[in-house]
Design a protein around this ligand. Structure first.
Ligand code: MG
Length: 225
């Protein structure tokens, strides 16, 4: 049977496109040490929701540090290998590449600046009008039935690409990618996400870099006509 569905990519940013989580890098450099406890409550104890957690973390940072934080993220964040080649592959194959992130525009956009013509970014924005950084929400969950705990609901963004028409591919590395893993067709996973997917018996393809993602996608979907 000819598969007429189109591939579409939904990729996480922190720790997926970048080698390290840029939120963590920013906290290590600019936040008072209590950020660690908040992070553990979000990721390990799971007693703080992702939305509240990200809000609390950025609420530790002075708005006046904005330019310094941007420069730091841009200089220090390393892009995972094969990313550029994977984006070229997606453009060539006419596959949409969407970045879905619980992080914020002011560090994601500068880090991805040279790639911006080949991808679309969905994330919330930093608000620097108060003493501490706040969040301007654009992607709060409206009626997400799976959790509704995220400040940026990846599921509702994914659902705009109907499963009858698309093969939805998620690429991710952590807890923020667990709920969306339940609604897509293919999950590429690394980092802690693997542990969560195993616990929930959701199948996935492990990856270390974007060369592997490209190769496996091409093998699976593009060699059969
Ligand atoms: Mg991540």
């Amino acid at each position: 049977m000819v598969n007429k569905k189109k591939l579409v990519i939904f990729s996480d940013f922190d720790g997926t496109i970048t080698e390290r989580d840029v939120i963590i890098m920013i906290m290590e450099k600019f936040a008072p040490s209590k950020w660690v406890e908040i992070k553990d409550k979000i990721l390990y104890n799971r007693t703080i929701t992702l939305k509240n957690g990200v809000e609390m973390l950025f609420g530790l940072l002075e708005s006046s540090k904005k330019d310094e934080i941007i420069a730091y993220a841009k200089n220090e964040a390393k892009i995972r290998s094969g990313f550029k080649e994977f984006l070229n592959f997606c453009s060539h194959e006419n596959i949409e590449f969407n970045v879905l992130s619980g992080g914020l525009d002011f560090f994601i956009e500068p880090v991805l600046e040279e790639y911006k013509s080949k991808l679309k970014i969905f994330c919330n924005s930093g608000d620097f009008n108060s003493e501490k950084i706040r969040i301007k929400y654009s992607y709060l969950p409206l009626q997400c039935s799976l959790c509704g705990d995220c400040g940026c609901c990846k599921i509702e963004i994914i659902e705009k690409h109907e499963k009858e028409q698309f093969i939805r591919v998620l690429i991710g590395d952590s807890l923020t990618d667990l709920a969306p893993s339940r609604v897509v067709d293919v999950v590429f996973a690394r980092g802690d996400l693997i542990k969560y997917l195993k616990q929930e018996k959701i199948s996935y393809i492990p990856f270390n870099d974007f060369y592997e993602v490209k190769e496996k996608l091409a093998q699976k979907y593009l060699t059969r006509k």
